[in-house]
Design a protein around this ligand. Structure first.
Ligand code: NAD
Length: 470
C-alpha cells in the first residue's frame, strides 16, 4: 500500500541525477524533485519498449484486457495519494470535478480500454471475394501530453495503445511530470515489465520522440502550435498521428432556454479545472432577449464558487497551473476591459497573495473580434457575446480556425440538434458542455486536430489496418 510519501519518493530524482524542482502553483512551496531525462534516456526507453512489444502483442486481447483491468484496480488502491500529488503539482482542488474526479476517470478509462469490443470486419463476402479488415499492433507508441489533465489524458493515450498490443513511451509535460510518473509507477505495479516507460524531459525529448525511427505512432495532446511542429517532425518517418489540439469552444443559448435552469451547467462547462480544459466552453453566445438574465444568473453562480488551495476540501476552483498561463489570462481580460467590455465579476486578482490565482471572471458587452474571444484563454475568464439572430450566432461560432467542441442550450432538442448540425466542431453537446465519455468517440475539427479517441473508433486509431483478401 502506497503512502503519499512513498509515492513521492518513487518518482523523485535519484541523488546526482539531473532534476527540476516542481512548485505548488497555489502556495509556491516545493512539491518535489522531478528527474530530467535526456534524449539518450529516450533512446533506451524506445529500445526497451521495442523489445517488450512482440510478447505483449502475442499475448492477445484477453490477456491484455485482464492486465488493464488490474491496472485500473491499482489506480483505485492509490487513488487518494495520486489525487493529493496531482492537486499539489497541478493546483486543482481535491474536491469538485478536479483531482479525485481525474483519478477516478483514469480507472474508468482504463476499464473502458480493456472492455471495448473490436472485432474483425468482413468488408466483402459475396461468394467470389472475401475481404476482412483487421487492426494489428503498430509497435512502439509515443504519448506526449499537456499539464491540464496530466493523468487522465495520459490514460486516454496509453489505455487503447496497450490494449491494441503496442508498448508505450510517455513524455509528460515538463510542468506536471510528477503526476504522470506517479500514475505510471502505480500502473506498473500490475503491468508486465517494459510495456510502459516515462521519459520526463523537455521539448527536446518531445521532439526526439516525434522524430524517432523506432516509434510508429504519436498520440499528442497539447497546443495547436506544438501539434504543427509534431506533424513536421514526424514527416520523415511517416508516423501515424492522433492530434488533440487547442480549442476555443462556442456555446449558443437559444431564445427559449431558461437562464436560471442552465446557469450551473454553463458555469461548469466553462470553469471546469478553473478553465484549463481543452473542450471547455470558451465563448458564450446569448440572444438579446436573454442577455441580461444569463449574465445575472451566471454571475451569481460564479460568485458563490470557492477558489483556493487544492488540499482544502472547501475549494472547487484552484490556481492557474503556471505563471505563463496566468499572464495570458490577465492580458486577455485587461485587453477586453481596455476595449470597453463590462466585467461582471472577477478581473481583479489579489496580487498580494502567493499562488497563480486569477478569480472566476465573466466579461459582457464584448465584440466577437476581441482577443478574449478569438484567442484560447485556457483559464477562468468567459466572454459573453450578444446576438440578434441565430444565423448571426452560428456565423460567429464558426468564425475561428479551431473546432474541438461546441454546445447548444435549449429545451427544444430538435431545434438544438438543427443548430448543432451547422456548427464546425468535433463534438456538439446539447444542454451540457465537455461531457466526455469513454464509449463515445472524441476528436477535433479544423485546426483542433485529427484522429479519434475513445470507444471502438479510438482502438482502431491505435492499430494498423490490415485487409486479408482471400
Ligand atoms: P504544449 O503544446 O505547450 O505542450 C504539450 C506537450 O508537448 C508537452 O509535453 C511539451 O513538452 C511537448 N512539446 C513541446 N514542444 C514539442 C515539440 N516541438 N515536439 C514534441 N513535443 C513537444 O501544450 P500545453 O500548454 O501543455 O497544453 C495546453 C494546450 O493543450 C491547450 O491549447 C489545450 O487546448 C490543449 N489541450 C487539448 C486537448 C484535446 O483533447 N484536444 C486536451 C488538453 C489540452
Amino acid at each position: 500500500m502506497e503512502t503519499y510519501d512513498s509515492l513521492l519518493a518513487s518518482v523523485t530524482a535519484a541523488p546526482g541525477q539531473a532534476s527540476r524542482t516542481i512548485f505548488d502553483p497555489a502556495t509556491g512551496e516545493a512539491v518535489g524533485e522531478a528527474p530530467v531525462h535526456t534524449v539518450a534516456d529516450l533512446d533506451a526507453a524506445v529500445a526497451a519498449a521495442a523489445a517488450a512489444q512482440p510478447a505483449w502483442a502475442a499475448a492477445g486481447h484477453e490477456a491484455r484486457s485482464a492486465a488493464l483491468l488490474k491496472a485500473a484496480d491499482a489506480v483505485e488502491r492509490s487513488a487518494e495519494e495520486l489525487a493529493r500529488l496531482l492537486s499539489r503539482e497541478q493546483g486543482k482542488p481535491l474536491n469538485g470535478p478536479n483531482a479525485r474526479f481525474e483519478v477516478g476517470a483514469c480507472a474508468a478509462w482504463l476499464r473502458a480500454a480493456a472492455t471495448t469490443p473490436l472485432e474483425p470486419e468482413t468488408v466483402v463476402d459475396d461468394g467470389t471475394t472475401r475481404a476482412v479488415l483487421h487492426y494489428r499492433p503498430i509497435g512502439v507508441v509515443g504519448a506526449i501530453g499537456p499539464w491540464n489533465w496530466p493523468m487522465m489524458i495520459t490514460v486516454w493515450q496509453i489505455g487503447p495503445a496497450l490494449r491494441m498490443g503496442n508498448t508505450v513511451v510517455v513524455k509528460p509535460s515538463e510542468y506536471t511530470p510528477l503526476s504522470v510518473l506517479a500514475l505510471i509507477h502505480v500502473l506498473n505495479q500490475e503491468l508486465p515489465e517494459g510495456l510502459l516507460t516515462v521519459v520526463s524531459g523537455g521539448r527536446d525529448v518531445g521532439e526526439a520522440l516525434a522524430t524517432h525511427p523506432g516509434v510508429g505512432k504519436i498520440m499528442f495532446t497539447g497546443s495547436t502550435a506544438t501539434g504543427k511542429a509534431i506533424i513536421r517532425s514526424s514527416a520523415d518517418t511517416v508516423k501515424r498521428l492522433t492530434l488533440e489540439l487547442g480549442g476555443n469552444d462556442a456555446g449558443i443559448v437559444l431564445p427559449d432556454a431558461d437562464p436560471k435552469a442552465i446557469a450551473q451547467d454553463l458555469f461548469w462547462g466553462a470553469f471546469i479545472n478553473t478553465g484549463q480544459t481543452c473542450a471547455a466552453l470558451k465563448r458564450l453566445y446569448v440572444p438579446d432577449s436573454l442577455y441580461e438574465a444569463v449574465c445575472t444568473e451566471l454571475t451569481s453562480v460564479a460568485a458563490a464558487m470557492p477558489m483556493g488551495v487544492g488540499l482544502d476540501e472547501a475549494n472547487v476552483l484552484g490556481p492557474l497551473q503556471n505563471r505563463a498561463q496566468y499572464e495570458i489570462v490577465a492580458r486577455l481580460v485587461d485587453a477586453a476591459r481596455d476595449a470597453g467590455a463590462r466585467i461582471l465579476t472577477g478581473g481583479n486578482p489579489d496580487t498580494s497573495k502567493p499562488g497563480n490565482f486569477y478569480p472566476a471572471t465573466l466579461v459582457a458587452d464584448i465584440e466577437n473580434t476581441n482577443p478574449l474571444v478569438t484567442e484560447e484563454q485556457f483559464g477562468p475568464a468567459l466572454p459573453i457575446i450578444r446576438y440578434s439572430t441565430i444565423e448571426e450566432a452560428i456565423t460567429m461560432a464558426n468564425a475561428l480556425d479551431v473546432g474541438l467542441g461546441a454546445s447548444v442550450w435549449s429545451p427544444d432538442l430538435d431545434a438544438a440538434r438543427n443548430v448543432a448540425a451547422r456548427l464546425q466542431a468535433g463534438t456538439v453537446w446539447i444542454n451540457k458542455h465537455g461531457a466526455v465519455d469513454p464509449r463515445i468517440p472524441f476528436g477535433g475539427a479544423k485546426q483542433s486536430g485529427y484522429g479519434l479517441e475513445f470507444g471502438t473508433e479510438g482502438l482502431k486509431h491505435l492499430g494498423v489496418p490490415q485487409v486479408i483478401n482471400g
